[in-house]
Write a protein that binds this ligand. Sequence first.
Ligand code: RNT
Ligand code: ZN
Length: 417
Amino acid sequence: MTVNENFKQAKAQYQKWGIEVDQVLDRLKTVPISIHCWQGDDVAGFEVNQQELSGGIDVTGNYPGKAKTPAELRSDIEKALTLIPGKHRINLHAIYAETDGEIVERDQLEPKHFENWLNWAKKHDLGLDFNPTLFSHPKADDGLTLSHPDKKIRDFWIRHCQASRKIAAYFGKELGTPTLTNIWIPDGYKDTPTDRLTPRKRLKESLDEIFSQEIDEAYNIDAVESKLFGIGSEAYVVGSHEFYMGYALKNNKLCLLDTGHYHPTEMVSNKISAMLVYSDKLALHVSRPVRWDSDHVVIFDDELKEIGLEIVRNDALDKVMIGLDFFDASINRVAAWTIGTRNMIKSLLYAMLMPHEHLKKLQDEGDFTERLVLLEEFKTYPFGAIWDYYCEQMGVPVRENWLESVRDYEKEVLSQR
Ligand code: RNT
Ligand code: ZN
């Protein structure tokens, strides 16, 4: 049977539940995923005086062919985009600036250092998102940045964040879609602190100063990303979940929840609805923690499905800005992007193919038997046939067929590096 024939049969099965598959696919097309550029080069960036990756995050593996220049990285992203259905966004970090061989301090970065990225984004009709980089830098060597006891160091990083927001706003204005600027800092202590409060007060003051520069939300939207622990900040992280949740709610900023930044049995899927009661918007870094915040490639697992379900059943596709955050250097990096992003999209489609109104009604009526029956039976509904059709319709390879194209690219491009 062809993809189309399979689709027709599958569609009829969903139709019985009142699910309009064609409408679902039309909606799915409009949902952008913010694809992180840093999977392509192991979070290295292109600074002239490049430092080793720091900040308590780590990339392992040495699969050949990593992008070493901006042109290579863009070419790799373009390749991945040919395999991922839909129109998406690219998420940049400040360390991806292009400074023409010149050393430009991070607090001196300007939009012109991202001109190539911007022109490329225009050419490919991509939105851009942005992150100041507060790691892999001598001024972050002791693991403290915006909460540093030394005011000079704090001020340096404040200026870097201010510069980043200006770059982001420029993107937003030029591209006609607001840039999400996400601040994540590594600040914390390896061992039990004797003062937890003062660093948090300093972080709050630094953030206040950064955001005191007003920027139109049509151009730039700010998010803050919390964390539980990192390598070297096991005992204490200044920017914890409670810290940023309080900050974001009080200051009208977005909370960014990274799925690897919580206790192992704590699920981000369960947080989405809680957060949406208090704020209109929310941002995600969808990742896959394996035993720790390991940033494995996102797979189509239960938690990913649950995240998709929470976004869809709560009518939050326009409220949750979905971004990805993983970096695996042990497999082909273009494949890593493709696997993770296709899975994220799959989880949304999976969620869109469920009779949510009916399921909610069952819960209110206390019919937990039917609720469980349907949740389980829908797992083996012909979801794959709809996904295949969607890929075909969107002009990307169906099923595992995309791998061949990555293998060709590896032979012709990656292995020649
Ligand atoms: C680190 C955070 C952060 C980084 C990127 C590179 O734990 O998840 O989002 O992964 O900024
Ligand atoms: Zn993250």
